[in-house]
Design a protein around this ligand. Sequence first.
Ligand code: FAD
Ligand code: NAI
Length: 465
Amino acid sequence: MSYDLVVIGSGPGGYVCAIRAAQLGLKTAIVEKRPTFGGTCLNIGCIPSKALLHASEMFEEAGHGLEALGIKVGAPKLDLPVMMKHKQDTVDANVQGVAFLLKKNKVDSFIGAGSIPSAGKVQITKSDGSIETIETKNIVIATGSESAPLPGVTVDEKTVVTSTGALELSKVPAKLLIIGAGVIGLELGSVWSRLGAEVTVVEYLDRILPGMDDEVAKQFQRILTKQGFTFHLGSKVTKVDAGKAGAKVTVEPASGGEAKILDADIVLVAIGRRPYTEGLGLETAGVTLDRGRVVIDDHFKSSVAGIYAIGDVVRGPMLAHKAEDEGVAVAEIIAGQAGHVNYGVIPGVVYTQPEIATIGKTEEDLKAANIAYKVGKFPFTANGRARAMRSTDGFVKVLADAATDRVLGCHIIGKGAGDLIHEVAVLMEFGGSSEDLARTCHAHPTMSEAVKEAALGVEKRSIHI
Ligand code: FAD
Ligand code: NAI
């Protein structure tokens, strides 16, 4: 068997790469070691977490949000197995969808663990122990990432869990302790908090959501605190004693000092993810790694000719859409086209309530780079549609270059922020200005009018504040 391209890993990076390569006429195969396609994202990441976030949000709404709209429904009752079935049905539909797309595009698929004995060869070890070797002109490594471990803390996926275990709990924990106030901690903390858990978050830094706009993070922390979260910032977990009846967690100030012990039924370790290359045989193949990541050049080429890498296993944000865009770009490059990813315009969304969405530079980035900028800000309290939906928490912030007016970043906290951000993504992709955004007619009444008003705010000419 000989291919133009073999992709190892079928997450959003790998399967999108394989489909694009097949569209471009390359004879393509994909190798996946899980029984289903779709990678972390579809099986144990983006998709199941969003299914539970949606369901738990509806539960919360039914319990607290409807009465003020004149809807009396009584206290909602949780049927967790049905909620989990909704999650699993969503996952199943998505992973089957990927299998269908691979077939439709005539991509050959192999279920088994891939390894690279040398450039031009991929060896597949199947679950029955049999081994098949296929030949290929090009290989794309798209093997993704795994939860980063916390030294000294043993994950059993029962009492001490990663995101994978936290998506599978068989009952709502009375007390959930989360290590890490990043995206996973706050999204999955929201799920279980809405369903009744008392959620405590221990974060090493003195802020939540590092890397995101400071003002957004501060406002979000206040909102989450109102929703019932307790935060221990500037704190580290030094020990977790886990037994059948729960865990005792030792927490100390990050800079050292007196320890306190917190009780938890479930402990979620969410301190980041690390690239996954186990079993690929990259040392033998001669592929260079840097702190676990496959080192690539601007065209996704590794240190070995004919071997490329994309997605979570390489540098850059660990996001599904970043992996997808890299998958398309590398397929186009292998097919002789000019594939490219604009890393300056990759949105990031936290799917909590309210949502957070961010694109481009933050104020902190611009200050550090000594770039003069102007700020336009508009609160949802002044937006008619937000009032009509009783969703007035949050604001839109547009950052524009002080000299050229080019939009350099946008940060939104508010209902539906993850959808609102994309008009700014398109604007930035075209190098647009705050004036372009401000002069674009926005339908009334919509949440996106707040984006226009924030753009108007850059030159201090917002109409509605
Ligand atoms: P992966 O999706 O990790 O896929 C890699 C695949 O390679 C896996 O299926 C693995 O089994 C396979 N593999 C590994 N080694 C081998 C081998 N030797 N042979 C064969 N197959 C192999 N990102 C977002 O953008 N939005 C979100 O809402 C979001 N939510 C998330 C929620 C959670 C709980 C988690 C954990 C992650 C979330 N992410 C989200 C991150 C997102 O899942 C990753 O950025 C994305 O999946 C990376 O895609 P990838 O293709 O690089 O790798
Ligand atoms: P993260 O990098 O977002 O957050 C980890 C947090 O843990 C940080 O705040 C960090 O300061 C803290 N931390 C690190 N070590 C610590 C320690 N010893 N004690 C206490 N705190 C510590 O990582 P997270 O949340 O695990 O997510 C992993 C990746 O998955 C992220 O890079 C994210 O891009 C992706 N993801 C994306 C989602 C989305 O796009 N909506 C949803 C979920 C995950």
